[in-house]
Write a protein that binds this ligand. Structure first.
Ligand SMILES: Cc1cc2nc3c(=O)[nH]c(=O)nc-3n(C[C@H](O)[C@H](O)[C@H](O)COP(=O)(O)OP(=O)(O)OC[C@H]3O[C@@H](n4cnc5c(N)ncnc54)[C@H](O)[C@@H]3O)c2cc1C
Length: 394
């Protein structure tokens, strides 16, 4: 009697996944995202920008493949890390877009899976997986950015709920989010890292207001959020009172991996852009210097994508990424910036064009500067690497 070997099972999974994706991912969802609305963020007020986007999203939700490795009980696909890798590979092969972009998936979800109570997992994770609730991140404050543990937004326990007062800043999409995961100070007397708690609350709660922060481009991806006697049920505390710093740090490693992953995101290949603007000579790009720069970038990007895969596999096997997430964040954001700079130099003056609603080269290039700040600045990642990886003295 012959037994099915693990590799055969994985090959069968690949075969089935490929067939399913070919049948279910609409052709429009295999094109790179160009405008903001090409990405679906979910949430109570979300709207699909096309029928294809809706179909693709709903089909993926049904299989639990918006969060392939989360347990099925929480709306996930219950895939093993090998199966999830195969799914990623097959989606990349067909150039499928991600069906749902969400801070719930990339940040809060992993933290809840590790630190949330069973009731919190059952309440929040399926809604994240189904894109029903859009989350924002309430970490930074006007006086607490890099030195995050100095935060002063306070939460006082009053019976079965907390009363929250204070303000957060640079809250990405704070005006579009339904809920926020928020760091609050619950003990002002303790050492600063020991008096922080991790709270979840609805942005519709009385006492919450958001003010957009406009950028020079007129675009406003951030808000400042204000909390005036916001009542938050005690049940929305994740982990123990005053133990929030551990959760905050764990979530940051996931945020950094996610931001680093932008260095591997699928965009239009640089050689295509270059062919259009510089042209060919003898079947090769006319500009030899540019050819070298693009080849060097492509090789670095490929090596980085493979490194990301390896680190993800390690993390899924239970080896925490820790300082590795700082390395990935730093290198991924540098790579992303290099790509945007190359694209700008290829496009020349055309790169400066601004079109309404379209993510232009110039806007993308400017946004890459933000990558080196959000989730902890590049200087801070280098400090962490120096101390924890290279063991250099402080
Ligand atoms: C695009 C974007 C999105 C963001 N989204 C969110 C969000 O959704 N939620 C949220 O809570 N926050 C968000 N932030 C805020 C972000 O986390 C902070 O900007 C970041 O942590 C830096 O804090 P800061 O701006 O106060 O700068 P500061 O901490 O004031 O730092 C200023 C400069 O000093 C340097 N510096 C500070 N301390 C040191 C040190 N010890 N050693 C060496 N250099 C140092 C920094 O590297 C930086 O260059 C976002 C930021 C950006 C750019």
């Amino acid at each position: 009697m012959t037994q099915t070997q693990p590799n055969d099972r994985l090959e069968q999974f690949r075969h089935d996944t490929r067939a399913w994706l070919e049948q279910n991912c609409p052709p429009q969802m295999r094109e790179p995202a160009v405008t903001e609305s090409d990405l679906y963020w979910g949430g109570r007020r979300a709207q699909f920008s096309s029928e294809a986007q809706q179909q693709w999203f709903e089909r993926m939700v049904q299989r639990g493949w918006t969060v392939p490795q989360w347990p099925t009980t929480y709306g996930g696909g219950g895939l093993s890390s090998d199966e999830a890798r195969v799914l990623r590979e097959e989606m990349a092969r067909l150039k499928c877009r991600s069906p749902l972009v969400s801070f719930g998936i990339s940040m809060l979800g992993p933290a809840l899976l590790r630190y949330g109570s069973e009731a919190q997992k059952l309440e929040h994770l399926p809604k994240i997986a189904r894109g029903e609730i859009r989350w924002s991140q309430g970490y930074s404050e006007p006086g607490a950015g890099t030195d995050l543990a100095s935060l002063r937004t306070r939460a006082e326990l009053a019976g079965d709920h907390f009363i929250v007062n204070g303000s957060k800043i640079w809250t990405s999409y704070g005006d579009k989010a339904d809920w926020i995961f928020c760091l609050v100070r619950t003990d002002f007397a303790a050492k600063k890292h020991d008096g922080i708690s991790f709270l979840l609350f609805d942005m519709q709660s009385p006492g919450v207001t958001t003010t957009p922060i406009r950028l020079i481009s007129g675009y406003s991806p951030f808000t400042q959020t204000f909390y005036d006697n916001v009542k938050v049920p005690r049940a929305n505390l994740v982990g123990e009172v005053n133990q929030g710093w551990t959760i905050a740090k764990y979530l940051l490693t996931h945020e950094r991996n996610m931001i680093g992953g932008m260095g591997t995101q699928r965009t239009r290949p640089l050689h295509e852009l270059a062919r259009e603007s510089v042209g060919l000579a003898d079947g090769r790009l006319a500009d030899a210097g540019l050819r070298t720069d693009i080849a060097r970038y492509d090789m670095d990007a490929l090596a980085f994508a493979l490194t990301m895969e390896r680190v993800q596999a390690q993390a899924k096997a239970g080896n925490e990424t820790g300082a590795l997430s700082s390395m990935l964040k730093y290198y991924g954001t540098e790579l992303n910036r290099r790509r945007a700079e190359l694209a700008m130099s290829i496009a020349g003056t055309d790169g400066l064009k601004f079109a309404d609603g379209e993510t232009t080269l110039a806007a993308t290039w400017l946004r890459t500067r933000g990558n080196s700040i959000e989730g902890g600045t590049s200087e801070i990642q280098l400090n962490i690497i120096a101390r924890q990886v290279l063991k250099l003295p402080s």
